[in-house]
Design a protein around this ligand. Structure first.
Ligand code: 5GP
Ligand code: ZN
Length: 112
């Protein structure tokens, strides 16, 4: 399958890994939008948040828990943002489900 994040998970494309387990792979974004910008990606190829179902319940919880742990590991004591861009209007550019963990600066709201 021609998927950038599947290739990163498989090690075919290099990445700056910060965490990995059976379910997920986390690595630094190549174009960081904040002092800390980590992508948290399920190892299973799921196109977008719009494609999850009941079978992904444990996975989605696991991502939230690991986001919290990574935020602590990277010193984001003042808070952080966990973002999923879903499909075209959400601004998704890589069609493999991923969450952005952003922190280290104050975030604006609403997003553009
Ligand atoms: P999206 O726009 O789909 O929500 O997020 C995709 C993210 O993947 C972007 O923030 C982009 O900078 C990041 N990205 C794209 N290609 C690569 C790559 O080859 N390596 C890494 N580490 N990040 C990438
Ligand atoms: Zn994929």
């Amino acid at each position: 399958m021609d998927c950038l994040f599947c290739k990163i998970i498989a090690g075919e494309i290099p990445s700056d890994k910060v965490y990995e387990d059976d379910l997920i792979y986390a690595f630094k974004d190549i174009d960081p939008q904040a002092p800390v910008h980590i992508l948290i990606v399920p190892k299973e190829h799921i196109e977008s948040l719009d494609d999850i179902n009941e079978s992904h319940k444990d996975l989605i919880f696991h991502i939230s828990l690991k986001a919290k742990e990574l935020a602590a590991k990277f010193g984001l004591t003042k808070g952080y943002r966990l973002v999923n861009n879903c499909k075209e209007d959400g601004g998704q550019s890589v069609n493999h489900l991923h969450y952005h963990l952003l922190g280290g600066r104050s975030m604006a709201w609403p997003p553009g």
